[in-house]
Ligand binder design. Sequence first.
Ligand code: ADP
Ligand code: MG
Length: 252
Amino acid sequence: MPIIGVINQKGGVGKTTTAVNLSAALAERRNVLLVDLDPQANASSGVGLTEPERTVYDVIAGRASARQAVSRTATAQLDLLAASADLAGAAVELDASRDSMLLLARGLIGVRPNYDFIVIDAPPSVGALTLNALAAADLLIVPLQTEYYALEGIASMMETIERVRGSLNSDLRILGILLTMYDGRTRLSQEVEENVRRHFGELVFDTVIPRTVRLAEAPSYGQSVLDYAPTSHGAVAYQALAEEVIERVSQG
Ligand code: ADP
Ligand code: MG
């Protein structure tokens, strides 16, 4: 079953929010491993793990197998390969060799059979960690914040993905583009949605993630929005996204 990278080199577009809540929604249906590849470790704390014993850095550095480094979370069927601040060191230590870019992909091979979905929360910017995420993933979800500059930077990201396809990971493809932080009260959000759908067509998920305060609050309780506010618009949206992801994946 697939490894899905949540990728956008821009920060603050909803990558971590999507990785955490999509993982939690998928975990109600399937076995899921969430991999936190951002030194800020927001996905880890977002599912309640602030002091993990082992982290993804141990895997990348060859100090532990992924199986040894995985933590359970409070959510059934959701495991975490946590991040910690020292992961920023890995980004600096890794050289630009092909082997360095394949460390995560190789590290995940051993745990792959244990999960139906592996979801990677990638850091912003294009560095060694993001390239490791792109090399490990089969499929990508690209969150776009529904704002005027949504498409800014997307061309260079598509080029990066093309480059990775040509070198590290020929099977990599985009599962879908996800509009996040949609504010239905504004004309701007509607215009941006129309524009993105015109530009990317079928690639854009039907599901749109609304801007809601519950999604912003949940991480401070170490909970996904599904636990924190299960009937909120944000929870309903991420449930719908999980259904759409399962459907797209099963259609191949
Ligand atoms: P990224 O991982 O791309 O940097 P985050 O998921 O951390 O982005 O989101 C950036 C900020 O926006 C966070 O404070 C988060 O809580 C908030 N946020 C993300 N998605 C939403 C949303 N749909 N509604 C409201 N706030 C959101
Ligand atoms: Mg993030």
